[in-house]
Design a protein around this ligand. Structure first.
Ligand code: C2E
Ligand code: MG
Ligand code: MG
Length: 734
């Protein structure tokens, strides 16, 4: 049988991983990526800000330098003595020797080049590193200086530009030499003599600038190579590219990263470890929870004793099987099973044995069905199967035969061999009628018919069974009323002692005088009374009535039939004792007739009751001997006082020799076991004569008297004993 729990616990792990672990891990990874991304971005931004800041600083530094050069230059160009000594030619003594524009400019102000350029771009004076040379200014700075001079000539203040000379770049300032005392407008700018100062952007200059402006690692390159992260281009006034100053700005972002990343990494690691722990714990408790949910669901859907699906799950599966979607593809049979002798086992051997038996039955049933079928225990000894078969009713019939065969093999419970039959009712779902309740009810009706049909058999539901069931219900209702309204009566049939030609006993046989149906035979209503349990009340009434009736007959024994159902109740012994006490009948005048069926499972309980009855002093007769199992073992296991040979053998006496042989041997058996033998159903003189010849002790049958009312029986006994009865004379003669 399918068990879902293992599948489900397996699924629950996956389920948990899918529903909890993946999203959590996703969120964690997402958060980590966002945090790291944010850190990197802000570090980059910080770095960028730093680059921009230091670039601004570097530009400022250059501008400041240019302005400084300009300022220094201006200090000279406005001096009247400069104006005086520098005209068409320069007074070298004044300039160099007196140190007015000489080495001091290089030493004190740090300008590597000084030029004095007269109108017409004529170099009057060159000073390189403080030493006068013959260098032509425009040759020293072939590109840029001419333009600068022209621009500077028309500006009152010094004009600066970056200009390349050889392999170096210079901050160059130019200004016309004109003291404030001279009116500028009176002079043509072309006629101005220009003074030029040039400051070389060499490493020394850069180191100084780096020191002043906190820019580290400043370098200059004249090719297009940007070696470092931060740089500014060196452009002439005409925006011509000369080279680049580059430097390594500090990277506060990287510092920040270096500062934050290790503890953050550690924190993330701890968080990850913690999450793993939390997830593992959660997973554990979730699976524990799911496991217990699965267990609860299993308990709710399965029978605790047999682990088979219970009524709830059975109904669920039946609903699924009968769902409209399945209507065309499958054909469903509901098979109801009821164990034939379970109640006897349960009553006589106790519930523990009954439980063991049910477990074994469940195993056998489960082993008979296909995987797609469902076997369920609906309660007590009721089981049911949902069979999905393509070929109904053939499949259901085949399965039913298999189930009946499967349960036919005896069971061993508490070292006892038990024979348990099973009765089966089948209901088939057709395409129109797929209502679960109706299907179950129909299978139940068919089951009832199977039981009536002699058990260990199956029946398929047919519409008219329902009508018959209604009829049975009506009969049951009537029977209950009959018990209440005293509609039952007893008829009596004599048992004739063949040897002494006396009426040895009378058998009480119950009759039901139904206001509409007329006289109903016990064969028709005793089974119904047994099924409904009414037999207990009826049996007690019969016993009481028969015993008190017997009190009015001198010395006659009274035989009363007991149903196997009455035997299930240990109270029986007490009931009989009380009836004897109430009616005052001597116990040995009471014969209780039982059938073999109460001993079928040879259970201790039935024997206990029999012994209890025997102890009261009543006689016990084995009724209908020869039908049923007729195990000689039964005769051995209990000292019966009488065997009643079933009337079927007697009826067959004239037809088959076999019956004669059986009757003979049963009589012989009775004699050897010291039991009285009675033959039932004697209808002819020949039968009676044959039985007498064989040594049968008693006879009973229509040949002598049908069952009659008490008054009639009294008359019969009187006639018989007085020898007036014709039958008696014939028998005596025989
Ligand atoms: P049984 O105990 O074997 O009773 C004998 C049956 O055989 C009676 O049928 C009786 O009418 C019938 N019978 C007697 N002589 C002849 C004969 O010559 N030919 C034929 N064909 N039948 C004959 P009845 O009264 O219909 O009872 C049927 C069965 O119902 C009884 O079989 C007994 O098992 C059961 N029964 C009757 N009364 C009671 C009762 O009060 N309690 C219980 N538990 N069962 C009863
Ligand atoms: Mg009887
Ligand atoms: Mg009988």
């Amino acid at each position: 049988m399918r068990t879902l729990s293992s599948d489900m616990s397996h699924l629950s792990g996956q389920h948990f991983t899918r529903r909890v672990v993946y999203p959590m891990a996703g969120i964690m990874i997402g958060v980590i990526i966002v945090v790291i991304g944010f850190l990197i971005l802000s570090a980059r931004q910080q770095n960028q800000l730093e680059i921009e800041g230091s670039t601004r600083l570097a530009l400022t530094a250059l501008q400041v330098k240019a302005r400084e050069v300009g300022r220094n230059l201006r200090d000279y160009t406005i001096r009247p003595d400069v104006h005086e000594h520098v005209r068409d030619r320069i007074d070298l003594d004044w300039a160099v020797t007196d140190g007015n524009i000489g080495a001091n400019i290089y030493k004190d102000l740090g300008y590597e080049m000084v030029f004095v350029v007269a109108p017409g771009d004529k170099t009057l004076y060159s000073l390189i590193d403080g030493v006068p040379t013959k260098m032509d200014a425009l040759e020293a700075m072939p590109r840029g200086l001419r333009d600068l001079l022209h621009v500077a000539a028309i500006q009152p203040d010094p004009t600066t530009s970056l200009i390349k000379s050889g392999n170096d770049v210079y901050v160059v300032a130019a200004n016309g030499i004109l003291p404030p005392s001279v009116d500028r407008s009176s002079i043509n700018p072309r006629d101005l003599t220009m003074l030029v100062f040039a400051k070389r952007l060499d490493q020394k200059f850069l180191d100084r600038m780096g020191h002043d402006y906190l820019l580290s690692d400043l370098t200059i390159s004249l090719d297009n190579q940007f070696g470092k992260e931060a740089s500014i281009p060196l452009l002439t006034q005409n925006r011509m590219y000369l080279g680049t100053i580059s430097w390594s700005p500090p990277k506060p972002g990287n510092q920040l990263l270096g500062f934050i990343v290790p503890p953050l990494g550690l924190a993330l690691l701890v968080l990850a470890a913690f999450s793993v722990l939390v997830v593992r714990n959660a997973r554990r408790s979730t699976s524990a929870l799911e496991e217990s949910a699965t267990r609860v669901s299993h308990l709710a859907h399965h029978d605790a004793l047999t682990s088979l699906p219970n009524r709830v799950l059975f109904r669920e599966r039946l609903n699924v099987a009968l769902a409209p979607a399945m209507a065309t593809s499958t054909s469903v049979a509901v098979i109801c099973l009821d164990l034939d002798n379970f109640k006897e086992v349960n009553d006589s051997m106790g519930h523990a044995a009954g439980d063991q038996l049910l477990q074994q039955v469940a195993e056998r049933l489960a082993s008979c069905v296909a995987y797609s079928d469902t076997v369920a225990r609906l309660g007590g000894d009721e089981f049911a199967v949902i069979q999905i078969g393509a070929n109904q009713p053939h499949d259901a019939e085949e399965l039913s035969r298999k189930l009946i065969d499967g349960l036919r093999t005896p069971f061993i419970v508490e070292d006892q061999i038990l024979h348990i039959g099973v009765s089966i009712g089948i209901a088939l779902a057709d395409t129109k009628d797929r209502i679960p309740e109706r299907l179950l009810k129909n299978a139940d009706i068919a089951l009832y018919r199977a039981k009536q049909g002699g058990r260990a058999t199956y029946r398929i539901f047919e519409a008219q069974m329902d009508a018959e069931l209604q009829e049975r219900r009506a009969l049951e209702y009537d029977l209950r009323q009959a018990v209440l309204k005293n509609e039952l009566e007893l008829h009596y049939q004599p048992l004739i002692d063949l040897e002494h030609q006396t009426v040895a006993a009378v058998e009480a046989l119950v009759r039901w005088r139904h206001p509409v149906r007329g006289l109903v035979s016990p064969a028709d209503f005793i089974p119904l009374a047994e099924e409904t349990g009414l037999i207990v009340a009826i049996g007690e009434w019969v016993l009481e009535t028969a015993c008190s009736q017997a009190m009015s007959w001198d010395r006659l024994r009274i035989a009363v039939n007991l149903s196997p159902v009455q035997f299930r109740n240990r109270e029986l012994v007490e009931t009989v004792r009380q009836v004897l006490q109430r009616t005052g009948l001597e116990p040995d005048r009471l014969e209780l007739e039982i059938t073999e069926s109460i001993l079928i499972n040879d259970t201790g309980a039935a024997l206990d009751i029999l012994n209890g009855l025997k102890a009261l002093g009543v006689k016990i007769a084995m009724d209908d001997f020869g039908t049923g199992y007729s195990s000689l073992g039964y005769l051995n296991s209990f000292p019966f006082d009488k065997i009643k040979i079933d009337r079927s053998f007697i009826g067959d006496l004239s037809d088959t020799e076999k019956s004669g042989a059986i009757v003979k041997s049963v009589i012989g058996l009775g004699q050897s076991l010291k039991m009285v033998t009675t033959a039932e159903g004697v209808e002819t003189f020949e039968q009676a004569a044959f039985l007498r010849q064989q040594g049968c002790d008693q006879v009973q049958g229509f040949y002598f008297s049908k069952p009659v009312v008490a008054a009639e029986l009294s008359a019969f006994v009187e006639r018989w004993n007085s020898g007036n009865q014709q039958t008696r004379t014939q028998i005596e003669a025989a």
